[in-house]
Design a protein around this ligand. Structure first.
Ligand SMILES: [Zn+2]
Length: 131
C-alpha cells in the first residue's frame, strides 16, 4: 500500500462509497424514468461488492444509456479491488505514490499526476477528435 495513513484510507473508502451510492441512485432514477421498474428495484438491492457487479448488470441492459455510469462504476469497483489487494494508491505505470491530495479529488485514480498527464498527451489526439 502506498504511503497512506489509516485515517486517509478511511476517507478515501468513504468517498468511493459515496460516489458509488450516487451513481447507483442516478441509474435507478434513470431506470424508473424509462419504465424499467424491475431493474430499478434490482439496482437498489445491489450494493455489496462481490454480490453482483452493477456495471455488468447494466452492460447487459442498455449500454448506450448507461455508458458513463458503467465506466464510473467499473472504476470504483477496480479501486475497491486495489484496496483489497493493497495496490491502491500506487501508480500503475511508474509504481510511485499517487498521493493523498490527488486521490482525495480522484479516489479512483490509477496513475500519478505525471503519468496521467503524459498519457493524456499521448492519447489526446484519439480521445478528443476534432474536425
Ligand atoms: Zn506514475
Amino acid at each position: 500500500m502506498a504511503n497512506l495513513t489509516n485515517a486517509q484510507l478511511k476517507n478515501l473508502r468513504q468517498l468511493l462509497n459515496n460516489n458509488f451510492t450516487k451513481l447507483r441512485d442516478e441509474v435507478r432514477a434513470e431506470l424508473i424514468r424509462s419504465g424499467e421498474k424491475h431493474y430499478a428495484d434490482l439496482v437498489s438491492g445491489v450494493l455489496d461488492i462481490g454480490d453482483e457487479s452493477v456495471a455488468d448488470m447494466l452492460a447487459d441492459m442498455d449500454a448506450a444509456l448507461f455508458d458513463r455510469q458503467i465506466q464510473e462504476i467499473r472504476d470504483i469497483e477496480a479501486a475497491w479491488l486495489r484496496l483489497a489487494d493493497l495496490s491502491y494508491g500506487a501508480c500503475i505505470d511508474c509504481g510511485g505514490d499517487i498521493g493523498y491530495e490527488r486521490l482525495s479529488v480522484y479516489p479512483t485514480a490509477k496513475r500519478c499526476f505525471t503519468c496521467q498527464s503524459q498519457r493524456e498527451k499521448t492519447y489526446a489526439h484519439e480521445a478528443t477528435p476534432r474536425l
